[in-house]
Ligand binder design. Sequence first.
Ligand code: PRP
Ligand code: URA
Length: 212
Amino acid sequence: MKNYKNVTVLDHPLIRHKIAILRDKNTGTKQFRELVEEITTLMAFESFKEVPTKTVNVTTPLEKCEQEMVVEGSVAIVPILRAGLGMVSGVHTLFPTAKVGHIGMYRNEETLEPQEYYCKLPDGIEKMQVVLLDPMLATGGSACDAIALLKKRGCKSIKLMNVIGAPEGVKKVAEAHPDVNVYIATLDRCLNENGYILPGLGDAGDRLFGTK
Ligand code: PRP
Ligand code: URA
C-alpha cells in the first residue's frame, strides 16, 4: 500500500499481542470487549500527542512549580454505532470528562454502502478535537460518510481511530479526507468478496455484543 502522510499504522508489539487474541474465533465476548478497550487506550496514548494543554501551578511537598495539564472539554469522542461503542471507554480512561456523540451507520450487506440511521453530537463539537471510533475500516464507506457528517457540522480537527484497517479502506479515507489523521493499530491483507477484512476478526459488532 502507498504511504499516506495522514495515516499512522501503530504496529506496536504490545498491541499486536492483544490483536492476536482478539482475532481468535475462540475468544469470548467478555475478553473481546476488554481487549478492544485496552487496545483503544494504547492507541489514544500514541495519537493524542498534540492535545491542548494549559500551565497550572502545583505545590509539591518541597516547592511550587509550573506544570502542564490537559484542557478540559477539548476532546469529543464519537463512536460509529454499533462497534465503535466498544472503544469509548478506552478513550475515556485518558479523557474522563470528554463528551460523547453518536453516529449510527450500518452497511447494506449486498451493496456494502453505509446507511446513516442516527446522529447526536455534543453542542460546541466544532471547537473540539474529535476522535471518531470504529474498530473496523473495511471499504472505508462508513468512515468517509461519518467524517463528511462531522465536517458538515463544522468540525475541523478530526482523528479516525480503527483497530484493523484494510488497504482499500485506508486508501479511500486517506484520499477523500487528507486533513483527517487516521490511526490504525494494524493493517490487514485485503477484503473478501463479502467486504470482510482478511484475516480480520469477523463481525466486530456481533463479537462485542454477542449477537451471533
Ligand atoms: C461494521 C464496522 C464499520 C463498518 C466497516 O459495522 O463496525 O462501521 O462495518 O465497513 P466499511 O468500511 O466497509 O464501511 P456494521 O455495518 O457491521 O454495523 P454494526 O457495527 O452495527 O455491526
Ligand atoms: N465490518 C466488520 O465488523 N468486520 C469486517 O471484517 C468488515 C466490516
